[in-house]
Ligand binder design. Sequence first.
Ligand code: SF4
Ligand code: SF4
Length: 164
Amino acid sequence: MLEKTGVPDADQIKKITPSPGRLKKGPVAVVECFQSIPCDPCRYACRQEAIKEFKDINDLPVIDHDLCNGCGSCISKCPGLAIFVIDDTYSEKEGLVKLPYEYLPLPRPEEEENGIDTEGWEVCSARVVKVQNAKVLDRTPVVWLTVPREHLMKVRNFLRKGGA
Ligand code: SF4
Ligand code: SF4
């Protein structure tokens, strides 16, 4: 499926999903990088060394979720926009997804958007909590969205409800 559509299948997603026990501890990175390409900036973005050393630049990244503290520093460093941070402890009903977003105009906090999956299908309503766009992010802003907790591993982008 991935080779034809660019969309990972359920087994691929299962393999990179943090364990229920790790999710209970707070924010954690999810690395949705499934194709072997010469790329490794994620490795050097992580001060916790949660993303393991590559033996070869074509290796797929391997993350130790127990070492990851969910800081999000790796999100904007990934040229493939393949890294997200999810927080299943955000509130009783809502989880937080931090995602890279390279479209303009940027959304504003409190806006309601349509959360979409990797295929572009609408999943749920999503509320913008914060937009990070500091110079250090090098023009890959990071948008924080709240979504129903059951959709934390589904929402990977959003469509502006205002159509922008
Ligand atoms: S979120 Fe922070 S600690 Fe986790 S892998 Fe990314 S840079 Fe490392
Ligand atoms: S930086 Fe992104 S695209 Fe490159 S290897 Fe890491 S996760 Fe994959």
